[in-house]
Design a protein around this ligand. Structure first.
Ligand code: ADP
Length: 537
């Protein structure tokens, strides 16, 4: 017997319509390219995304066309997210930090028809435009009177496109399984691959991240997504805040500590989210300027790579802000887990709490996890056995855009490439990515554990550990670090510090100080580059 409930498809248009009907006056604030602050509202975002959809339709854009963006987090980017998906097209966010050859590969592979570009990224596109096969129109994200001189074909300002339509546009009723957005993984291995989200997966993921034990957002929340909208849809926050009616604050191009601090204060931000490499200099800025931490700030959501324990301890102990550790990946929309301590753990001092917080946490309803050993056996959730983390759920990919690559296991799980333990309550502890684990004398060494410990040394701000070929042991770890002091700490002082936590065979054989670690397009240390430079003995 079928249930007698309405069949209402889960659509991105339902998110923006809800935000307009119920939270139309809630603000959407955005820093623009010239540094000024733009104030808008969910109501205005809805009107303008309808103008965009109407104009694009009149220009011949049809269902399933891919429309690319190269943009910072701004109100215009939000309108493109909501307007293009809601009209049935696919919003394809492209990471401007990628190598130009990857940019070309991605835009051609997706066969994008329109490219929306923020002015600072114009030179990037101009340099490769001859190699782009499918782009017909370049929409520059600026006003009509701000259109820069550019050689791009079909260049027009965003505001002119919007002015082409009066906004009297009805969203089509789409199949909820239709594609809504496309995001390529940064391709640390092989060519980038496109995670193709659907309307249904996007809406379910939005419900997922609103849960109290994930980001816990509501109408009174003021949310600053520092994580870029070209990195796994800013972790779904543009959609979730529309559902919750939160005030949304966009940093535009200003991801520097001064710019972020100003917005945190001026807009009374309650929640911000980003990768560890953004928060380390932010806290350092507060320390060196003696600034108070922004009083409204309740929670910092941090994920994308393992946050060092020293960072976690500072957020909770020094600045009295709730730290929320999140794990996920582009292929998971991206949320996979979040770490909320038990009341007993919460009651402990910050130093002890930070140890619990280094774990990646439990999956929300909507994500299932298991770990699998090298021989394919499913391993116990005992907090000890470690193997590849595999996932499944309605917001996990089952393959890639325009690719025959078969990624799922025969029984339908997605292998993440992360190595982890799971405890009896499904609490994840990621020890490494499969390709970063170091095997020394038959024993596994977790590069994340060594890095995390090293970053607690007062003389070290950033650290990366890689395996170096070794005749006797197979591989041995070396530590490559950025010093917090001049001169940098001595090898002996680093080893002495690490000995407090790590076993002797886990200690690095060498410590190399560098001015900066190579960072990838999504703010993570590029270990491939380090391995190329230092990995051979
Ligand atoms: P890319 O493969 O392009 O870096 P993602 O941005 O999707 O793609 O990164 C996903 C990966 O980032 C995860 O598989 C994991 O290795 C790492 N990661 C994400 N969050 C965390 C975290 N909290 N702790 C440790 N690693 C993380």
């Amino acid at each position: 017997m079928r249930g007698r409930m309405m069949q209402m498809p889960l659509l991105v248009s339902s998110l923006i319509e809800h935000a307009y009907r119920v939270h139309g006056d809630r603000e959407v604030v955005s820093r623009t390219m010239d540094g000024s602050v733009h104030r808008s509202s969910w109501g205005e975002v809805r009107t303008r995304s309808k103008c965009l959809a109407g104009a694009l339709q009149a220009r011949g854009i049809v269902t399933a066309d891919r429309l690319a963006t190269l943009g910072w987090n701004t109100h215009r980017h939000l309108e493109i997210y909501l307007g293009t998906s809601s009209m049935g097209a696919v919003c394809h966010t492209v990471n401007p930090r990628l190598h130009p050859s990857q940019l070309v590969y991605i835009l051609n592979h997706a066969a994008d028809r329109v490219l929306f570009v923020d002015p600072p990224f114009l030179p990037l596109v101009e340099a490769v435009v001859d190699k782009l096969d499918s782009i017909e129109t370049h929409v520059i994200l600026c006003g009509a009177d701000e259109l820069p001189d550019t050689s791009l074909p079909g260049a027009i300002s965003y505001e002119e496109v919007l002015a082409e339509h009066d906004g009297e546009y009805s969203w089509p009723v789409l199949d909820e399984n239709a594609a809504s957005a496309l995001c390529y993984t940064s391709g640390t291995t092989g060519n980038p691959k496109g995670a193709l989200y659907s309307h249904r997966s996007t809406v379910l993921h939005a419900y997922g991240i609103l849960q109290p034990d994930v980001f816990g957002l509501g109408r009174s929340s003021v949310v600053l997504p520092i994580v870029p909208m070209f990195h796994a849809s800013a972790w779904g926050m543009p959609y979730a805040t529309a559902a919750a009616g939160s005030k949304l604050v966009f940093p535009g191009p200003r991801l520097d500590p001064e710019g972020l601090t100003e917005q945190l204060w001026d807009e009374a931000v309650t929640h911000c989210a980003g990768v560890p490499s953004v928060f380390i200099p932010l806290l350092q800025h507060w320390r060196t300027t003696g600034a108070e931490r922004p009083p409204s700030l309740e929670m910092m959501v941090i994920g994308g790579s393992a946050p060092p324990r020293a960072l976690i301890e500072a957020i909770e102990g020094e600045f009295d802000i709730v730290f929320r550790h999140a794990w996920g990946m582009t292929e998971m929309s991206p949320l996979g887990s979040s770490n909320v301590l038990t009341p007993e753990q919460r009651a402990e001092p910050a130093k002890q709490r930070s140890a619990y917080h280094t774990k990646q946490g439990r999956p929300p309803f909507g994500v299932e996890l298991r770990i699998v050993g090298e021989d394919g056996d499913i391993l116990p959730n005992d907090g000890v056995a470690f193997g590849e983390l595999q996932v499944r759920g309605p917001w996990v990919v089952d393959g890639y855009f325009a690719s025959d690559e078969h990624k799922l296991t025969p029984d339908g799980w997605f292998p993440t490439g992360d190595v982890a333990t799971l405890d009896p309550t499904c609490n994840i502890h990621i020890t490494d990515r499969t390709k970063d684990l170091i095997k020394s004398g038959g024993e596994w060494i977790s590069s994340i554990d060594v890095e995390n410990t090293a970053m607690g040394h007062p003389g070290i701000t950033m650290a990366a550990v890689i395996g170096v070929e070794d005749e006797k042991w197979g591989e041995r770890p070396i530590l490559i670090a950025v010093a917090a002091t001049d001169p940098p700490p001595s090898f002996d002082s680093v080893i002495e510090y690490l000995e407090g936590t790590l076993a002797k065979w886990q200690l690095p054989d060498e410590v190399i100080f560098v001015d900066a670690l190579p960072m990838g397009a999504t703010g993570k240390v590029q270990k491939t580059q380090l391995r190329e430079k230092y990995g051979k003995s």
